[in-house]
Design a protein around this ligand. Structure first.
Ligand SMILES: N[C@@H](CCC(=O)N[C@@H](CS)C(=O)NCC(=O)O)C(=O)O
Length: 186
């Protein structure tokens, strides 16, 4: 049985909900009350010492980090479609998983956090805005000649990048995928 520990306004949790749904996998949603600090409780820290969501539990296996979970689900349940294993396409997809944890987190993810929670966050909004402009421009340029980020099909690259980015035609393509689920609290 798969369990996903997450929160509905967490884009990183949404990446996994989306992936599980696209793979048509059943799972139990374990809601972690981020507002009350449940993710810093000793019980939760025993599962994920980073004190973050998402966390995936698949029988005896526990995996933290959205990108790592995407890789796990893709390889375990998705065959070649979501994470190709040939050297070049794999590197191309992993490049975007890295970008999700790098430029997208520093830019749009932090900007969203700032606008949702404001001064309570320690986010430098000028820096997050600059980083957002940079990565949105790069994505726009990259997608101007492509339907999906890599491999001419949706892969984990798209799932890792999409939740914190809203690029209209790409968004539209996503929403037409069979198994698509929207993010709650977006
Ligand atoms: N690198 C992690 C980052 C996860 C992350 O930052 N999760 C946020 C919610 S989207 C969280 O748990 N924040 C609470 C905290 O860091 O204290 C991933 O990709 O899953």
């Amino acid at each position: 049985m798969i369990k996903l520990h997450g929160h509905e306004i967490s884009g990183n949790s949404y990446k996994i909900r989306l992936m599980l749904s696209l793979l048509n996998l059943e799972y139990e949603w374990v809601w972690v009350d981020l507002m009350k600090g449940e993710h810093k409780s000793p019980e939760y820290l025993a599962k994920n010492p980073f004190g973050q969501v998402p966390l995936l539990v698949d029988d005896e296996t526990q995996i933290a980090d959205a990108q790592a979970i995407l890789v796990y689900l893709a390889r375990k349940y998705g065959g070649e479609q979501w994470l190709p294993t040939d050297a070049l396409p794999m590197a191309q997809v992993v490049r975007w998983l890295s970008t999700a944890a790098g430029e997208v987190r520093q830019g749009p993810e932090n900007a969203r956090l700032f606008y949702l929670f404001g001064a309570g966050t320690k986010i430098n909004i000028e820096r997050a805005t600059d980083k957002s402009h940079f990565i949105l421009k790069q994505l726009d340029q990259h997608l101007s000649t492509r339907t999906w980020l890599e491999c001419d099909r949706p892969t984990t690259a798209d799932i890792a990048i999409y939740p914190y980015i809203y690029v209209l035609s790409w968004m539209d393509r996503f929403q037409k995928l069979s198994g698509y689920v929207p993010m709650l609290g977006a």
